[in-house]
Write a protein that binds this ligand. Sequence first.
Ligand SMILES: Nc1ncnc2c1ncn2[C@@H]1O[C@H](COP(=O)(O)OP(=O)(O)OP(=O)(O)O)[C@@H](O)[C@H]1O
Length: 285
Amino acid sequence: MAEQNDEGGLFHKLMHGLAGSIFPNEQTYRQIDLSDTRGVSIRIENLNKFFGEKHVLKDVSLEIHAGETFAIIGPSGTGKSVLLRHIVKLVRPDSGEIYIDNNPIFGGSGGKSSLDYRYSMVFQSSALFNSLSVGENVGLWLREKRVCKESRIREMIREKLAMVGLEGTENLKTSELSGGMKKRVAIARSLAMNPDLILYDEPTAELDPVTTDELANTILDLKKSTKNTTVIVTHDLNFALYIADRIAMMHGGTIVDVGTPAEMKASENPIIKGFIYTTTKGIKG
Ligand SMILES: Nc1ncnc2c1ncn2[C@@H]1O[C@H](COP(=O)(O)OP(=O)(O)OP(=O)(O)O)[C@@H](O)[C@H]1O
């Protein structure tokens, strides 16, 4: 499992199915203007990570622009999730740095180390609390941080559920939902904090093709109504081609290439061509 991070504890973050936020101190929570969301830029420089003898990330460098929907694709076990977890400081690199809006998050030299941006992560499992209703799950972070009055929290829960096409579901039991609905509730919960950065780890895992399409359209709709930066790790090539502004292909712990969906489809790189061929079973289109 991922390591303890230095921003308040891994358990606390995972408990909510989202990564929370990086603020210099707890007081800042009470001064948050939740209507003020921006997209953040991410610059990953020469990141290396070893697990024992295993060199999982090999000098990874990557730039993700503010407001972009960026997909990281590649076969299983190539380091996609490990890279994603570095971006939210669930894992520390052995060397290298990640800059968010030009601030080094691991405290390298040349910038402020304390940041004030909100990020949330939608985990593969959705990580909802079955004992809570849909609305209670969505409102968890807002209530815990007491960022606004209860009446506004209820309003925000309704707004976020509407954004993912689940209006009127706040009183449903979470345990009664389908996999696709759970995923959308998990997204609504992540949206509750109006994140500047939202990360998805294998969002289409365990979803059937119809539900995957619905999820893709939900994410595309969110792109129109939010300014945040979105990073998606997936091995679902078609999903990435459909929703991403740009895509990075990972293979064996390195970034093979980065480009728009059209550029990736037209790539002559044998690793990318091979991945497209195997995931589409050779079907052209
Ligand atoms: N905490 C850890 N301790 C030891 N090894 C790990 C840890 N986390 C990941 N790994 C290893 O790092 C490699 C990359 O894992 P990662 O989960 O990033 O792959 P992935 O590309 O996301 O693929 P998948 O979609 O199958 O998860 C794998 O070999 C995995 O076993």
